[in-house]
Design a protein around this ligand. Structure first.
Ligand code: C2E
Ligand code: CA
Ligand code: CA
Ligand code: CA
Length: 279
């Protein structure tokens, strides 16, 4: 038993070391990513299921490092959160996204709103509402054209602080949506108090809609609950006509996914908007 324990410990340590070497590499490289212009935003359309019109776009962060290559946000966002860098990166994301949205608004391209992801770390930062207001003011974008996506953990960690922060953002006219809905632990009463405008139905429930009756029951219940609470719904990860058909039947408002369009760099997304101008 003793030797087994040592072996397990040995594997565990090696694994931990490999992971922390990678984490350190990412952390060091990420420190310079902003100033070296390695970060970029891609935009993915959000589409009305009833009319197929574009109702918004989500800004998604991309990072290409000369040696590490393309690093997924799922990997580097947690590193940025643990090191505090997410505050500077998150501000750059917001500034860039509202600036791009304002340019497209001025070009009369069909983009009613822009969605930006907020980390739980940003949500706990007392200066967040002022930072958001400053970005909007500097870009000249009306607040109602900005939607902030937050996850349930942002609201759960410190409900009182989250409530105050959301009230300030809501008071300034910014819309809030609950990202990855259904994967966390939010209580329904909290949702109502938090002035959430929209639920984003997590893609894990959408993926198997065609085959899984439980997922169909869950998604239909989320949509009905949102309707009862006066909230909008957007389904994530819509890839098939079958998923689209079910979601539309159930009264889901909007969809986002490869069926409608992949995330695109700003110039390619601008061209995409231009081809949809007259639709
Ligand atoms: P998320 O907010 O849930 O974003 C949706 C993810 O689903 C994106 O992954 C998007 O590319 C992907 N996706 C979109 N349509 C489809 C589809 O039809 N099928 C499938 N399988 N996937 C689809 P991505 O861009 O890799 O981002 C991963 C996560 O990283 C995001 O999940 C978000 O939590 C985080 N993230 C990305 N950008 C930012 C950012 O600027 N700030 C913060 N705090 N987090 C970000
Ligand atoms: Ca999101
Ligand atoms: Ca999501
Ligand atoms: Ca997600």
């Amino acid at each position: 038993a003793k030797r087994g324990g040592r072996n397990r410990h040995g594997f565990f340590t090696a694994d931990l070391q490999a992971r922390s070497v990678r984490t350190l590499q990412i952390e060091n490289a990420l420190r310079r990513a902003l100033e070296r212009g390695q970060l970029e935003l891609h935009y993915q359309p959000q589409v009305s299921l009833a009319t197929r019109q574009i109702v918004g776009a989500e800004a998604l962060l991309r990072w290409r490092h000369p040696e590490l290559g393309q690093v997924s946000p799922a990997e580097f966002i947690p590193v940025a959160e643990n090191s505090g860098m997410i505050l500077a990166i998150g501000e750059w994301v917001l500034r860039t996204a509202v600036h791009d949205a304002k340019r497209w608004l001025d070009m009369h391209l069909p983009l009613p709103a822009i969605s930006v992801n907020l980390s739980a770390v940003q949500c706990r930062h007392p200066q967040l509402p002022e930072m958001v207001a400053r970005c909007l003011r500097q870009a000249g974008l009306p607040a109602r054209r900005l939607e902030l996506e937050l996850t349930e953990s942002a609201a759960i960690d410190d409900p009182a602080a989250a409530l105050a922060m959301m009230e300030q953002l809501h008071g300034r006219g910014v819309r809030l949506s609950m990202d990855d809905f259904g994967t966390g632990y939010s209580s329904l009463s909290a949702l109502k108090r938090f002035q959430i405008h929209k639920l984003k139905i997590d893609q894990s429930f959408v993926r198997d809609l065609d085959a899984d009756a439980n997922d169909r029951a869950i998604v239909s219940a989320i949509i009905r609950m949102a309707q009862a609470l006066g909230m909008q719904t957007t389904a994530e990860g819509v890839e098939t006509e079958g998923q689209l058909e079910f979601l539309r039947e159930q009264g889901c408002d909007a969809g986002q996914g490869y069926l409608f369009g992949r995330p695109l760099p700003a110039d390619a997304f601008e061209a995409y908007l231009r081809t949809h101008r007259d639709n």
